[in-house]
Ligand binder design. Sequence first.
Ligand code: PAF
Length: 290
Amino acid sequence: MQATKTSTPLIVHTKNELNVIERKHPIAAVFTMGALHEGHAQLMDEARKYVDQSGNKAGTVIVTVFVNPTQFDDPEDFAKYPHTLESDIEVCAKSHVDVVFVPKVSEIYPDENVLAERISAGPLGNILEGAARPGHFDAVLTVVNRLIQITKPDVMFFGEKDFQQLVLVRQMVTQLDLPVAVIGVPTVRDIDGLALSSRNKKLSTNSLKDASRLYEALTLAQQRISEGKSLTDIETECTSYLQAIREIELDYFEILNESLQVPKPNEKLRAVVAAKIGGVRLIDNISIER
Ligand code: PAF
């Protein structure tokens, strides 16, 4: 079988099926949990561009659609997670993806008594999102490592929207010497600045409006930095700004460096925010120039 360069992707469900496809290098991967939107399409478009510009147009763009049960802290969340395979395949087709891998849980975790290598995210996995969702990043890294072993990509694309995930994936790739490049792709936003996320579908019209305040707070931080304000003052101002909005249940607003550590003078900054709005947990971040 040969992965053809039409816009209709080849859909495969098992490792055996995947292994008989002739996948030409470079192999560019985008790992997803489905419910695909414009943000995912951006990752796929970047993957396609990377392959097409590589000098080997026969290279392969592979997208995985796997709702990883182990990274959900709330079983109800997992049970309610949208499964939209038909429209996901359409999104992949539009982005000229070659192969869509849609495995069952047993393909990824073949024997629940024999654990696949469990990856520990370490201390960085316990702050910010990790503090709110203990064990989440261990589970994310474990599945990403499994998906790397199975799809064998040369390069993989992750959204900056889940910035802590991106930093942790980079950390894992470096620490385990995995032979794969990691490319971060800027967040896609709606007209009000709200970062695109599968979770936005759960927001009411009013909550959608409130949600765009997160981006307003992030851009306020950017403005205050350019005015020369101190990071502590800015964090306080942005925190108060969001806490004053009744519908927003703020978890954190912090200004850190690009490794999500306390910034040293002149280091590049990353403002990160998380809040529950209308019962839905949302996260966002921006890079800030000093
Ligand atoms: O970002 C996601 O959708 C998931 O965390 C990932 C990387 C596909 C792992 O399940």
